[in-house]
Ligand binder design. Structure first.
Ligand code: FE2
Ligand code: FE2
Length: 346
């Protein structure tokens, strides 16, 4: 299915032979793959669907003069994307439903902010093992894999934030603008987080990967979640809730990466500024996001608190799956791994 989507996106609509036949084939493949993925939990089908979504989302950010960009409002693209998104999100929300807060919590800003902080600390053994492994055991080749796996989202994070900045209160826009300003290097190209990440890859002897190294649906799903929520206005509050979570849980991950790089003999502050700077700067970002985004939204529209919470739990679920993927990348099944809490490890 992904190949067919990629083919349709990369050719002008009026140049595709038997386009109606191809679109009928695509529709049939989508339905078949959705059943396999979300009824049979078939991992190959999940991968195929998420690769197709990834290709469709990336078209949104393609070169404005390219053929994929000309398909932005093609009816086949909108229909295919929204059909997959609807079934996928329904499937995801069923899995987090029992962890959602009571209305008395989600409609009250200070209790909802406390709930966000508690959720961000709800780490599994795998989550703790990945952090511990990066800090204490991972060798350079494993950091190479980790940095390649992480790169696509790091290059797209600014765009995910931009999507969340469209029309809401001035206070929410101001908070997001503050994050965008940081992401763009406060106006200095060399300080932009994307440039910092390119220097990180270069330090490891790597170029920016053109396509993801992921051979697993879970990292695709984590990436796609940002754009599924960000590109659909009806999921706006979910996207704000989802974006809050990395600000709260990422500093521990960045700290583990910095510790691991220092252990390997690098000077993280100078040589891997991307991770070092995020470790330091994100410590305040979580609180700022809660104070200026979550609080503001719930004060203005208490029923939106439920949507913020859905977004938060979807992001936590995506983060946990990403750690399971990293566990596979690091061959955890062949090792005995300690699960010491990073916060209490020093
Ligand atoms: Fe960043
Ligand atoms: Fe941040």
């Amino acid at each position: 299915m992904t190949q067919l989507v990629a083919y349709l996106l990369s050719n002008p609509h009026d140049k595709i032979p038997n386009v109606q036949g191809m679109l009928a084939t695509l529709q049939a493949q989508v339905e078949q793959t959705l059943d396999k993925a979300f009824i049979d939990n078939d991992e190959d089908a999940l991968l195929d669907l998420h690769k197709a979504l990834y290709v469709m989302y990336e078209a949104k950010f393609s070169n404005p003069m390219s053929i994929p960009s000309s398909h932005e409002y093609s009816t086949w693209l909108i229909a295919t994307r929204s059909r997959i998104e609807r079934v996928w999100l329904d499937w995801e929300i069923v899995q987090i439903a029992s962890d959602l807060p009571e209305e008395s919590v989600s409609r009250e800003h200070s209790s909802l902010c406390d709930w966000f902080v508690d959720q961000a600390k709800d780490l599994s053994d795998v989550d703790k093992s990945v952090a511990r492994y990066l800090a204490d055991e991972a060798v350079k080749e494993e950091f190479v894999k980790f940095m390649l796996a992480d790169s696509h989202l790091n290059y797209r994070f600014y765009d995910a934030l931009v999507l969340a900045s469209a029309h809401y209160s001035e206070e929410v826009k101001a908070e997001i603008s503050h994050h965008l300003w940081d992401e763009s290097g406060e106006g200095l190209e060399q300080k932009a987080h994307t440039w910092q990440y390119s220097r990180t890859l270069k330090k490891m002897g790597l170029a920016e990967p053109l396509i993801p190294i992921w051979d697993d649906w879970r990292p695709y799903a984590g990436f796609n979640l940002y754009f599924c929520l960000g590109l659909n206005r009806c999921h706006y509050f979910k996207s704000l809730g989802s974006l809050a979570m990395p600000e709260l849980f990422d500093p521990e991950r960045d700290k583990a990466v910095v510790m691991g790089l220092q252990r390997l003999g690098f000077e993280a502050k100078e040589q891997f500024e991307y991770f070092y700077n995020h470790m330091v700067e994100d410590l305040d970002h979580g609180k700022q996001w809660l104070d200026h985004v979550v609080t503001n939204v719930v004060k203005k529209q208490p029923e939106a608190g439920h949507e913020l919470a859905i977004g938060a739990l979807l992001r936590m679920q995506a983060m946990k799956r990403y750690n399971q993927y990293l566990g596979k990348l690091f061959n955890f099944h062949n090792r005995t791994i300690q699960t010491v809490d990073m916060a209490t490890a020093e």
